[in-house]
Ligand binder design. Sequence first.
Ligand code: GMT
Length: 378
Amino acid sequence: MKIGIVCYPGYGGSGVVAAELGKALGQKGIEVHFICLERPFRLEGILPGIYYHEVEPVDYPLFKFPLYYLPLAGKIIEVVRTYHIDLIHTHYAIPHTVAALMAKEILSSEGKELKVITTLHGTDVTLVGQRRELFDVTRWSILKSDGVTAVSEYLKNVTCEIFAISPRTIEVIYNFVDLDEYRPKTDESLKEKLGVPEKQKVIIHISNFRPVKRALDVLEIFSKVQTEVDSVLVYVGEGPDTGKVLNEVQKKNLTNKVKFLGKMPKVSDVLSISDVLLITSETESFGLVALEAMAMEVPVVAYRVGGLPEVVVDGQTGYLVDYLDLEKAAEAVVKLLKEPWLKRDFGRWGRIRAKERFSKEKQVINYLNYYEKILKGL
Ligand code: GMT
C-alpha cells in the first residue's frame, strides 16, 4: 500500500496525529508521502518509508494572497502520478479534502482511481466549517470523501448534526499516544533547569493560545490555587492570546510564579515535572494533550466539554468541572496538589486508561483496517 498524507505542519494536534500515524505506518513497511506546506515538526531525520513533498504557494501581483489550495491539488496529482499512490489521507477538511477531491477528479479522467479519506479533527467542523462562507464547502468535502473518520464520538455526532449528512457514515478512530515516549520519568535536574524549587508544585497548560483555549481562565484558576499551595504555573505554546495573558500576569503581580516556555516540539520532559495539567478550552474534540499527560501519570483538570469526557474519567484520571466554573476547577487542582496519594492514584489510572484505549498500536491498526476497507470499496 502507498499512501499520501496531507496535513497542517505547524503546532497543533492534527499535525501531530498525522505525523505520528505516518511514522508508525512507515515502520510497518508502508510507503508514506507527506504533502505539506512545510515539513511537519514531528518528522525529524531519516525515517523508514517516509517521503516529504513541499507545496509551494503561488504568488502573483494580481492576487491579493498567495494561493495554497490549488498548488496543493497540483502537488497531490504530481505525487500520485509519480509514485502510484492509491489513497490520500487528509487531516482537517478545509482546504485539504477539497484539494484532494479536485486531484481525484482530474486523475479519474486519465483512468486513475484515487481514494480520499478525511480525518476530522475538531475546529474544521466546530469553528471553521461553520462559517457561512465555508459551511457548504465543508459539508460537500465530507459527503464526497470515500471515507471519513472523526477523533471522538462527540465529533462524529456533532458533525452529523451540524451538517445533516446522514446516511454518510463516520468511523470513530481515537487519537493515540506513544506510550514508550510518554512514560513517567524522574529527572530532578529538569525542575532545577526551570528554576523551580523541588518542593514547589507545577501546574501546566499546553496549547496554541487560540481564543478557544481560554488561556486567561488558566491564570484565573492559578491565582486562586497559589494562595493555598506553593506552586508555579508553566505555560507551553504560543498564539494569538499570549500577549493578553502576559499583560494579565503583570497586572496580577504574578511574574515570579508564571513561566512561559513557548513552543516545544515534544512536551514529555515538561510534563514529567508537572503535578496537574489544566485545560480550559471552550470546546475540544478530543484533547490530545490530556492523553499525553495521562500517559505520563499527570492528572488532568478540565471543563466538561466536547470529547474530553471520552478521554478523562472524572474522579479517576482527573476532574471535569462545569464550563466556566473557575472556583470548582481551582478546588480540584488544590485537592490534587494537597493530597499526593490522590495525584499518584489518578496518575496511575491515567496511564492504564491511555494503554487500554488509546495506544498507538491499537489505533494505527484501526486506521490500517479502515484504509483496506475503503480501498476495497466496502
Ligand atoms: O485547536 C487545536 O488545538 C488544534 C487542532 C488541530 O487541528 O490541530 O486540534 C484539534 O485536533 C486535535 C487532534 O485531533 C484534538 O486533540 C483537539 O481537541 C482539536 N481541537 C479542538 O477541537 C479545539
